[in-house]
Design a protein around this ligand. Structure first.
Ligand code: BG6
Length: 302
């Protein structure tokens, strides 16, 4: 088992197959590469900033304590920028914790958090510890534990903002979202997803809410299962592709045709805030597995 710590990143690879690896930037504890048997599974923009000057456009940025921009002006997260501060903070590398699966951990607390942003959260005194575990085998397992180490309760959202690499977005479908409630961020309205399989031919930005945990979200490319997403404690999923116009407006999104090669399927808890009392902890995790059978777990004939 190999865990290499560099100044700015940690590279983990399997002894049994060094071409299976995961690279995590300390900035944002952002996974910027996951290779399975030599094949990259994640999309990262060629213009992504990897120097800590802004959140990484690609890989798995971490969203905490707010998803998007909070609209309720009286909420403690209202002054925070879109997607919070976890992705803009340099995390502490704690080291390797287990051999099988090979797991490494990172931590974030107010001491490491980006102070300019952190102080905008409530009265700037929320005390917390985030422990992020990344486990590599023939799957990629990521788990977050949020602990309230302070004296007052706080509310938060959590999201793994994963950018998957795809060959051609127009060949991709996402399975097992049929009949789930969703908030369409483009239409700004709630409805029930009726498509038997979700597909992509324009900008797409939907938050699926309270998806039963037994449902495996599958990204399918022309009948081949690219990814199975299994979740624990993460009821919501954001599905996003910026398409042409929106990616043109993002300076760090390159090449401009890159929207054809990426799809975000982001597991989290983002429609309602989690309220965490002092001394309490909350955990959410997800596992990505490549390949296997198509599982039809929704009533696609409804
Ligand atoms: C997605 C949101 O999760 O993140 C989109 O649903 C948003 O609305 C996207 O545009 C990217 O956000 P950012 O802050 O990384 O540009």
């Amino acid at each position: 088992m190999t865990v290499e710590e560099h100044e700015d990143k940690v590279i983990v690879s399997l002894d049994s197959d060094p071409s299976t690896s995961v690279t995590i930037l300390k900035y944002g504890a952002t996974v910027v590469s996951w290779k399975l048997r030599g094949k990259e599974q994640l999309w990262v923009s060629s213009a992504a900033k990897l120097d800590g000057s802004k959140p990484v456009r690609g890989g798995i940025p971490l969203v905490f304590p707010n998803f998007g921009k909070t609209k309720d002006e009286s909420h403690a997260t209202a002054a925070l920028p879109q997607h919070g501060f976890a992705r803009n903070s340099t995390w502490e590398f704690l080291g390797q914790t287990t051999q099988s699966p090979l797991t490494v951990q990172f931590a974030l607390s107010p001491d490491e958090a980006n102070s300019d942003i952190y102080k905008l959260w409530g009265d700037g005194t929320n005390d917390f510890t985030l422990i992020y575990s990344i486990g590599l085998s023939d799957t990629l397992h990521t788990q977050i534990e949020v602990e309230n180490t302070g004296k007052q309760a706080f509310d938060f959202h959590w999201l793994f903002h994963t950018y998957f690499k795809v060959e051609d977005i127009e060949d991709i479908i996402v399975n097992n979202l049929t009949e789930e409630k969703c908030y369409d961020q483009l239409l700004q309205s709630w409805y029930t997803e009726k498509a038997p399989m979700v597909n992509f031919n324009e900008e797409f930005d939907r938050i699926y809410k309270d998806i039963p945990e037994e449902k495996v979200l599958q990204i399918i490319d022309k009948g081949y299962v690219l990814q199975n997403l299994r979740r624990s404690g993460l009821p919501d999923a954001v599905v996003w592709n910026p398409w042409i116009k929106k990616s043109e407006g993002m300076a760090d999104f390159e090449p401009k045709s890159g929207y054809l090669n990426m799809l975000c399927v982001e597991c989290g808890n983002v429609t309602d805030f989690v309220k965490l009392e002092p001394g309490k902890a909350w955990t959410g995790s997800q596992t990505f597995q490549v390949g296997g059978e198509i599982l039809v777990q929704s009533n696609i004939f409804a």
